[in-house]
Ligand binder design. Structure first.
Ligand SMILES: *Cc1c(COP(=O)(O)O)cnc(C)c1O
Length: 470
């Protein structure tokens, strides 16, 4: 061991060996990703014990550090970067996005201000324009590059809160919520839990929310919408997290506009329907909203973590996220990114968004999004032909929900599918009953992957039918 750590670190930095070794481990991982069991084996999980040590007093050579990570870490990963992970809503990554991220990692840019990273500021400005184009939003829409749709929803709802209170001559930044005039929140009963979390974090809470009944797909019933007014925040959804259903944006947004209410659309994975000619009927009318949340790391298949908050009311977004600054920043050339996100220091995740979009282009993006939907349709068709499974939703986008004969059997089948490790799916509850949720979100998923998953469902059902007494 050399005399001091700085010498050692210089050496690590200057010899390519360490980085080449890490890259080789990554490439080994990538090459086996599609054939590896989707969930780690029991043995691999056991081996995680290797990490359970007290903080070491001595340094460990850098090559040994990355070797350990690969040896015991790689086998214990969930293979979301393959074609048969259908849990939650989890994208893989487009190769160019990951490659660009690697370069960005070497840059190690802090995007807080333009002066800290001219390249990040420029890419954010460029991608902001591309996103408005892709989603068909007003050209004045601004974008913050956040960690995911949780944060995107939070930022957008903060902007809405700012605006709805400012309209009532109340500066929420200065005066807080104590004694503030009331604002109303109207949303569907199937709003995503991160919307609820954001309302809680923003001090609005859930008790005041006016929950609108939804139809059998989870869409807000237009006729059940209460009368809106200029103090109202209406929260809609592009892609219900189980069924993938989209609210009726044109009609709902029209009513909100007429009442001067604020409309936010949680479009974590579904907003990307706008990029596909065959599916963009689903997002018709979204351009009438005021703010939107979308993920990079789901449908767009950028690496984790990556979310987008878009807002047509720049002043509201920037005012609600600003820190110590003033409106002066808005009149400067270029962009100081910290005014568009809650964080000050932040990595340049725009690099991956830019690279992914540049790599795909309009046609490629359309094809990639459409393919997810085609594979979901294929899954629904094939599983529908297996006796014992019932598809419960209209498969309009990338989500399929399926049920077996009883809740008990459905639970057992989920556990058996997970144990088989050919694919991974999770459970949920739909209209009071246990269901299996299939989310096709990886560009890698082929027709064969779907058939293999269906075969696993089928064999899991045979196993479970013998055990579970109905
Ligand atoms: C995934 C999801 C979220 C949360 O997004 P994260 O990227 O996980 O933070 C919000 N809303 C919907 C509809 C989602 O599917």
């Amino acid at each position: 061991m050399p005399a001091n750590i700085q010498q050692q670190l210089f050496k690590d930095r200057e010899t390519a060996t360490l980085f080449e070794r890490a890259l080789q481990h990554g490439l080994d991982y990538l090459q086996t990703a599609n054939e590896r069991e989707v969930y780690p084996s029991e043995a691999a999980l056991q081996q995680l014990e290797e990490f359970a040590e007290d903080f070491p007093s001595q340094s460990t050579p850098a090559t040994a550090v990355v070797d350990t990570l690969h040896q015991y870490g790689s086998p214990a990963t969930v293979t979301v970067s393959g074609g048969r992970y259908f849990g939650f809503v989890n994208g893989s990554y487009v190769p160019a996005g990951l490659a660009a991220k690697l370069i960005g990692d070497f840059w190690d840019q802090n995007t807080a201000m333009q002066v800290l990273s001219p390249i990040a500021a420029r890419l954010e400005t460029v991608v902001e324009g591309w996103l408005a184009d892709i989603f068909g939003l007003p050209s004045t829409t601004v974008t913050g590059f956040v960690s995911g749709s949780s944060m995107a929803n939070f930022c957008a709802l903060a902007a809405a809160r700012y605006r709805l209170l400012a309209k009532q001559n109340w500066d929420v930044n200065q005066r807080g919520l104590w004694g503030a005039p009331a604002i109303r929140v109207v949303t569907g009963k199937q709003a995503h839990s991160t919307v609820k979390k954001s309302l809680a974090l923003l001090g609005i809470g859930l008790e005041q929310v006016e929950w609108v009944p939804v139809d059998e797909q989870g869409r807000i019933l237009v006729d059940a919408l209460p009368a809106l007014d200029s103090r109202t925040l209406l929260i809609l959804q592009a892609g219900e997290v189980n069924s993938g259903a989209f609210d009726h944006f044109s009609e709902l947004c029209k009513r909100a506009r007429a009442a001067d209410a604020w409309v936010h659309i949680d479009g974590a994975f579904g907003l990307w329907a706008a990029a596909a000619k065959e599916f963009n009927y689903l997002t018709k009318g979204i351009e009438l909203a005021h703010s939107w949340a979308a993920d990079g790391h789901k449908t767009l298949n950028t690496p984790y973590d990556c979310g987008l908050v878009m807002c047509v009311d720049q002043e509201a977004l920037v005012s609600s996220l600003h820190m110590g600054g003033s409106y002066l920043v808005l009149s400067e050339q270029g962009r100081d990114s910290m005014f568009y996100t809650p964080e000050m220091s932040r990595r340049a995740r725009v690099v991956e968004v830019w690279a992914t979009l540049k790599n795909l282009g309009r046609q490629g993006l359309d094809e990639m999004v459409s393919n997810l939907c085609y594979r979901a349709q294929q899954f629904a068709t094939e599983i529908g032909q297996v006796a014992g499974f019932t598809v419960l939703n209209d498969v309009v986008f990338n989500q399929v929900i399926v049920r077996c004969g009883s809740d008990e059997l459905t639970d057992a089948v989920i556990a058996e599918i997970q144990a088989q490790r050919t694919c991974w799916v999770g459970g949920s509850v739909w209209e009071g009953r246990k269901v299996i949720r299939i989310s096709v979100c990886s560009w890698l998923t082929t027709a064969e992957d779907i058939s293999r998953a269906v075969a696993s469902f089928s064999s899991a059902l045979s196993v479970c039918e013998k055990v579970v007494i109905k």
